[in-house]
Structures are given as structure tokens and as C-alpha cells.
Design a protein around this ligand. Structure first.
Ligand code: LRH
Ligand code: MN
Ligand code: MN
Length: 385
């Protein structure tokens, strides 16, 4: 049996708190019995995923969705559940003041409000012990001429510089890009190049966040991964998958081979080394499928593709590449992809006292029945609240 411990022992996948709340489309958000009503209940669900997989030790927060009075207490609550609080995601996309932009807005008062929100997020990070502030902006325009593209970049640079000044020595700012939505003509941080240009101007502790769902169809994402790792600027991933737009589906569900290719480049570029700055996070929503199993499945998909990508015989691949052996090189790459690693991963888990089949273990655990019975009354969390 292949020993996957060198690559899996250090693998960590952060879970997003919002994956446990209800979500949907602009047409309908479906409620599900047992859905968390509070961030504490979301953390308890995330801790369940970690307990069964051993791979998901941190939970990302989204502010203000996960606002509490006492973040130090929340940190303690998470620790009691054997998980830690991770990335703090800012949110300047659900406030009327930001209709025409947040960090890029022409009105200094609105820009300052958005900056202040980020400074508040940094204070939260100080209390939660989080390292990363993740910024994704909905800023953009819908019509040619609506905004001054260049002026907006300049204001964005100024706003980010102000925020960055407050980032602590042990903290980082990661800037996430997305090619469209909600803006439909021009987005202010649409691509890795813009994110790279903006974070490079800030300094060492500013990096790019790559959300796998945020590219035009057909984009070679593994190329971007390779390039950012080469440049030392790949800070984090938001993993999910997509068929059409920003579908936020289970990572690896739409295109397992793409996930394999991405993880191969991550490994190739040292992104899974013990001292790597690359943080792996899920950014998903479970609209119609069960949420906790949806997260378990996601974590397992990342682990599976990581295991498969680690099987690529790099020496043989390099030799084939250098010999111009096109089909030989491709065959070496595909051999790893087509290897079924599931039995070896089940054994790996059992050796560590984890269930061989975390999906089955969750179904048999009675956890769903317990939360359905307990979580009555109150308002269920939903994406955006
Ligand atoms: C934007 C995004 C970003 C947000 C999250 C809820 O599409 O990927 O990461 O914070 O969704
Ligand atoms: Mn994202
Ligand atoms: Mn997204």
C-alpha cells in the first residue's frame, strides 16, 4: 500500500463558516432542518467535519455575518471543539453605501467607511488569533463610461495601502480576484494580474487569493497557480468548482482532473511544503445537498487529488519532457491521475484512529438527527446573514 503520509500529514483545509448556513440562488434559498442559527453552531458542525476527516482544523469567519460581542470567547469555544478560527473575510458588498463601490468609491466618506470595516476586521483577527485578512470586493461597473477605470485602481491602491499599514507582523492581507459578478462590465479586481499588481505594491505580507470559481470558462488555472508560486505571491485558495459561473459547487465535483492539475502545480511549486505560505480554504455553498456531508466530501476530494498528484513520477516526467516524448510525458501524468487512491486513504485514516469512510461514519453518527431535534426556534443562518 502506498504511504501517503509525506503529503497528507501536513495537509490542512480550512472550512468556511457560511457553508453550514442555508444558501441558494437569487430565486430561492431553501431551509434545511438542523441548520445552524449561530456562529457557535456553525463551528460545532465544522468541528464535526474535522473530527471525521482529521484534515479541517480551522474555520473561516465572514464579518459581519459572523459578528459576536466577544471574539476571544469565540476563540475559546472553537478550541473547546478542537478547531481554531482562521481567515477573516471582510464584507463590503451588502451595504447600500457601497452601491457604486467601496474601497474604490469616489466619495472619500464611503471609502473611509470601507477602510474602517477592514480595520475592524484586523481587530477581530487580533482577538481570534487569525493570520489572514481576505478581501474580496464587489466593486465594479455595469456600463462603459460609468466609472473611471484608472481612477478606481488608484483609489483602490490608496485604500489597500491604508489597510495594510494596520496588518500585524504575523498577519497577512490576501486579495481575491473575480472576473465578473456582481459587476457585469468591469470589475476592479478581475484577474490575478490586477491582484498581483495591487498586492505587490503593498509589501511582503500581501498576497493573492485564487478562488477556483472566479475565472472565465476554459482558463488554465494551473498556469496561474504555477506563475503565482514562481513569483512567491500565492497566498491562499478558495476551493470550489463550477460548470457555468461562480457556482460554488463541491471542489472537484465539476472537474476532478482540473483539481488534480491544480494540486500538481501546488506541490511542484512547494505550496504544500511545511513552510509554505499557501493556505487552502473551501469557499462553497450547499444549496440542495446536505451541508455537513457536502463539506466532508469536499475535504476528501482535495485529499484524494493531493494523493494522486503526489504519485506523479517527477523524475520520469522530466526525462520524458526533456526527451521531447510528448505522449510518454502525458502518459506518466495521466497514470497518476487514473490511480484509485481510495483504499490507501482509507487505510491511512484508520491508522490514525479516523473512520475509514468519513461519509458513512457521519451518516451513522446520529449527528444530523441530534441537530434537527435540538436546533428548533430562532432564525437559521443563511448566506448573507
Ligand atoms: C465572492 C466570494 C468571496 C466572498 C464569498 C462569499 O464570490 O467568492 O470569497 O467572500 O464569495
Ligand atoms: Mn471566494
Ligand atoms: Mn465566489
Amino acid at each position: 500500500m502506498i504511504d501517503f503520509s509525506p503529503v497528507l500529514d501536513t495537509l490542512k483545509i480550512e472550512l468556511p463558516s457560511w457553508a453550514f448556513g442555508n444558501s441558494g440562488t437569487r430565486f430561492k434559498v431553501f431551509g434545511t432542518p438542523g441548520t445552524p442559527r449561530t456562529i457557535q453552531e456553525k463551528i460545532a458542525d465544522a468541528a464535526t467535519v474535522h473530527r471525521l476527516t482529521g484534515l479541517a482544523p480551522t474555520v473561516a469567519l465572514h464579518i459581519p455575518w459572523d459578528t459576536v460581542d466577544d471574539y476571544a470567547a469565540l476563540r475559546g469555544y472553537a478550541a473547546d471543539h478542537q478547531v481554531a478560527l482562521g481567515t477573516v473575510n471582510s464584507n463590503t458588498f451588502q451595504d447600500d453605501d457601497y452601491k457604486f463601490g467601496s474601497l474604490t468609491h469616489t466619495d472619500k466618506t464611503v471609502r473611509q467607511k470601507a477602510i474602517d470595516h477592514h480595520l475592524r476586521c484586523i481587530e477581530v483577527m487580533d482577538q481570534t488569533g487569525s493570520t489572514d485578512l481576505k478581501i474580496w470586493l464587489a466593486d465594479g461597473t455595469n456600463y462603459p463610461g460609468q466609472g473611471d477605470i484608472r481612477g478606481r485602481q488608484d483609489r483602490l491602491a490608496d485604500s489597500l495601502a491604508t489597510i495594510y499599514q494596520h496588518i500585524g507582523d504575523e498577519q497577512r492581507l490576501v486579495l481575491e480576484y473575480k472576473f465578473f459578478e456582481p459587476a457585469t462590465y468591469m470589475t476592479d479586481v478581475p484577474d490575478w494580474g490586477t491582484s498581483y499588481a495591487q498586492v505587490s505594491a503593498l509589501g511582503e505580507r500581501a498576497m493573492v487569493c485564487l478562488d477556483t470559481g472566479h475565472h472565465a470558462p476554459g482558463t488554465n488555472i494551473e498556469f496561474i497557480v504555477a506563475q503565482l508560486l514562481r513569483l512567491g505571491k500565492l497566498g491562499s485558495f478558495d476551493f470550489n468548482s463550477r460548470f457555468y459561473a461562480d457556482d460554488d459547487l463541491i471542489v472537484g465535483a465539476a472537474d476532478p482532473f482540473q483539481l488534480f492539475r491544480i494540486v500538481f502545480e501546488v506541490i511542484r511549486g512547494g505550496g504544500l511544503d511545511a513552510d509554505s505560505p499557501v493556505a487552502l480554504m473551501l469557499d462553497q455553498c450547499h444549496n440542495v445537498e446536505a451541508k455537513i456531508p457536502g463539506q466532508i466530501r469536499s475535504v476528501l476530494n482535495v485529499a484524494e487529488m493531493t494523493a494522486r498528484a503526489s504519485l506523479v513520477d517527477v523524475d520520469a516526467l522530466t526525462a520524458a519532457q526533456e526527451a521531447g516524448d510528448v505522449l510518454g510525458a502525458n502518459a506518466i501524468f495521466m497514470d497518476a491521475f487514473y490511480t484509485d487512491v481510495r483504499p490507501a486513504l482509507a487505510a491511512y485514516r484508520e491508522e490514525r484512529g479516523l473512520p475509514a469512510d468519513p461519509m458513512a461514519a457521519f451518516a451513522a453518527s446520529g449527528y444530523t438527527e441530534t441537530i434537527v431535534a435540538q436546533r428548533v426556534g430562532g432564525t437559521q443562518s443563511s448566506w448573507g446573514a
